[in-house]
Design a protein around this ligand. Structure first.
Ligand code: FB9
Length: 495
C-alpha cells in the first residue's frame, strides 16, 4: 500500500474511533483529497473482515456546466442583450452579431424586455417602458454554484438550457464494525511451513481469497496477418481435398525450378537480374540422370509433338543452385514422384516463400509467399481449371471471376484471373493459372491422357488489401509496427 494511502487508513480509523459514522464525500472534502482515493482506502480496510461496516449510498447534486459557469460570471445572454439596447434604440443587425446574441435576443423578446419599434424611418429594437428586469438566470446559477436549492421550474429551465447538470455521487457511510480497531494487522497472504510447524496459523488473520480476481494476462504471441491469411487459404485447400506439398527447401536446382518446367536456359527469368543464384554450394547434381536426359532431349530436339527450343541444353546450367523463384519447382518434384511411384490422380497445394531478384517498390520485395494449387488427373481440361478456380475463390467470398488469356513458359493455355473489387471499384488481378505443357509432363513419365491444371497467387496482395496496408514494408520486415500484429482482428477473408 502506498505510504500516503497508509496514512489515510490510519487517519480515517482514528476519525471513526471518535465519531459514530463517517461519510466518504464529507471526509474527502475535509481532507481535500479526491473522493475516489477515499473509496480506495475504504475498500482496502474492508479486506480486514469486521473492522468497519460500509453502506453505499447515492446522492445527487447539481453542478454548473462550462456554459453555465460563463453565464454565472458574465450574466445571461438575454440580460447582456437588454443592457446593450441604448435609450434611442438600435438596429437588430447591429445588436445581434453571433449565436449567443441570437439566443439572448430571442429570450429578451420572449421576456418582453425589448420590442421592435417600426414607427420611425427604419425599424429598431428598443427597451420596453416602465420595466427594470433582473437577471434571474445569473442569480439562480449563483445559488446552484453555492450548493443552495432553487425552485423546480427554474432548475428545469437551466437544465433544458444545459447550464446545469445532475451529478450522481456514490458515497459510503462507514461505522465501526464488530472487530473495529485503529491498528490494522496486515492480513497474511501466505500459509508458511513455519506457521504450520509452530501452530501460529490458528490465530493468524488471513486475507480472504478474491475468487473474482482475473489472472495475469499472458503476453501470448500473436499470429502475423500473413500467417492468419495463410491459415485461411490452407483451410480452403484442405476442405477441397488437396494435400500440402513439402516446401521446406528454399534452395533449389535450376533443373527443378526451370528445366523440368520446360523453361529454356536462355529465358530472361533465368538471368541473375531476376534470380538469386547460390555461390556456395553453387551446383547440385542429384537430379535423376535418366529423367535429365529426357528433359535435355525435349528442350534441344523436341518430342511428344513439340519441336522443342532447338538449342544446346547444358547440364552446367541445370546444375546451378538458386533460391526458388516459384513453388512450381516443388510441384514439378511432386509430379515426377507421382509418375515414378505409379500415377494415381492427385491434388496438391503449397503456400511458402519464393525469391525474385526484381526491382523493389511499395508493393514488391525480393521475396513473397506464393500460393499454388495443382490438380493431376486423366483428361482434366481448361474448363475444369475454370471450375476449380470458381470453387476456390468462392470460398473466399468471390463470386465474379474473369479469365484473360496469358503466357507462361510452362503452361499452355494460360489465364490471368480477375475479380471485381467492390471496395476499390475495379477489376483486380487475383492470380495466374494454366495447363502444364506436355513437354513438361511427358518426360516425367506421367501416362498419356494425364493432364495437370494449376494456378497461383500471392499471400501478400490479399493480406495488404484485407488489412488496408499500402506499403509492403508495413506488413513485413524489421520496421513493422508490432502493435499492428498484436491488434489486428481475427482474419475473415471478405474481398
Ligand atoms: O496474388 C495476386 N493478386 C491477388 C490475389 C488475391 C487477392 O485477394 C484474394 C481473393 C481474396 C487479391 C490480389 N496476384 C499474383 C496478382 C497480382 O498481385 C500481381 O501483380 C502479383 N503477382 C505475384 C507475382 O508477381 C511477381 C501475384 C503473384 C503471383 C503471380 C503468379 C503466380 C503466383 C503468384 C502463379 C502461378 C502459376 C501459374 C500457372 C501454374 C502454376 C502457378
Amino acid at each position: 500500500m502506498a505510504e500516503k494511502e497508509a496514512d489515510l487508513v490510519t487517519d480515517l480509523l482514528q476519525h471513526l474511533s471518535i465519531s459514530d459514522r463517517v461519510n466518504s464525500v464529507e471526509y474527502a472534502a475535509e481532507k481535500n483529497v479526491d473522493h475516489q482515493k477515499i473509496v480506495g482506502v475504504i475498500k482496502s480496510i474492508q479486506t480486514h473482515v469486521g473492522v468497519v461496516d460500509a453502506k453505499q449510498q447515492s446522492s445527487s447534486t447539481w453542478n454548473l456546466t462550462t456554459e453555465g459557469k460563463s453565464l454565472e460570471e458574465n450574466g445571461s445572454y438575454e440580460f447582456v442583450i437588454y443592457q446593450r439596447v441604448p435609450e434611442e434604440g438600435i438596429a437588430q443587425s447591429e445588436l445581434v452579431k453571433d449565436k449567443k446574441d441570437k439566443i439572448g435576443f430571442s429570450k429578451a423578446m420572449s421576456n418582453k424586455w425589448i420590442k421592435m419599434d417600426k414607427s420611425g424611418e427604419k425599424p429598431k429594437i428598443v427597451r420596453m417602458d416602465g420595466i427594470n428586469p433582473v437577471d434571474k438566470v445569473k442569480e439562480c446559477l449563483k445559488l446552484v454554484k453555492n450548493g443552495e436549492s432553487i425552485p423546480d421550474k427554474d432548475r428545469s429551465d437551466l437544465k433544458k438550457r444545459k447550464l446545469i447538470e445532475e451529478i450522481i455521487v456514490k458515497s459510503y457511510e462507514i461505522s465501526k464494525g464488530e472487530n473495529f480497531t485503529t491498528k490494522l494487522q496486515k492480513a497474511a497472504t501466505d500459509l508458511t511451513a513455519q506457521m504450520i510447524q509452530d501452530g501460529s496459523w490458528k490465530n493468524t488473520d488471513f486475507k480472504d481469497y478474491n475468487y473474482l480476481a482475473m489472472g495475469i494476462k499472458p503476453q501470448a504471441g500473436h499470429l502475423h496477418p500473413l500467417l492468419k491469411v495463410r491459415s485461411v487459404y490452407r483451410q480452403i485447400f484442405l476442405e477441397m481435398g488437396f494435400t500440402e506439398m513439402p516446401t521446406n527447401n528454399y534452395v533449389e536446382s535450376s533443373f527443378w525450378n526451370f528445366d523440368a518446367l520446360f523453361q529454356p536456359q536462355q529465358h530472361p527469368a533465368r538471368d541473375a537480374h531476376d534470380t538469386f543464384f547460390i555461390a556456395d554450394p553453387a551446383e547440385c547434381n542429384t537430379f535423376p540422370a535418366d529423367y535429365a536426359e529426357r528433359v535435355k532431349k525435349v528442350h534441344s530436339e523436341g518430342g511428344y509433338g513439340s519441336q522443342g527450343y532447338r538449342y544446346d541444353w547444358k547440364y552446367s546450367e541445370a546444375k546451378k543452385n538458386l533460391l526458388r523463384t516459384h513453388t512450381t519447382a516443388v510441384s514439378s518434384r511432386m509430379l515426377y514422384k507421382a509418375a515414378q511411384e505409379g500415377f494415381k490422380p492427385c491434388k496438391f497445394f503449397s503456400i511458402d516463400r519464393v525469391f525474385r531478384n526484381e526491382t523493389l517498390d511499395a508493393t514488391h520485395l525480393a521475396e513473397f509467399h506464393q500460393v499454388e494449387g495443382v490438380v493431376a488427373d486423366y483428361s482434366v481440361t481448361l474448363g475444369d481449371l475454370m471450375g476449380v478456380l470458381q470453387a476456390f475463390f468462392h470460398k473466399l467470398g468471390i463470386r465474379k471471376l474473369r479469365f484473360k488469356p496469358a503466357y507462361n513458359p510452362y503452361t499452355e493455355p494460360s489465364m490471368e484471373v480477375f475479380s471485381y473489387h467492390e471496395g476499390l471499384k475495379k477489376w483486380v488481378e487475383i492470380g495466374n493459372s494454366g495447363v502444364f505443357r506436355p513437354e513438361m509432363l511427358r518426360p516425367m513419365g506421367l501416362p498419356e491422357g494425364v493432364n495437370v491444371i494449376a494456378w497461383g497467387l500471392s499471400l501478400e496482395r490479399p493480406t495488404m488489401i484485407k488489412y488496408g496496408i499500402d506499403n509492403i514494408r508495413d506488413l513485413v520486415g524489421h520496421k513493422i509496427n508490432l502493435q499492428m500484429v498484436h491488434d489486428n482482428p481475427v482474419c475473415r477473408m471478405d474481398f
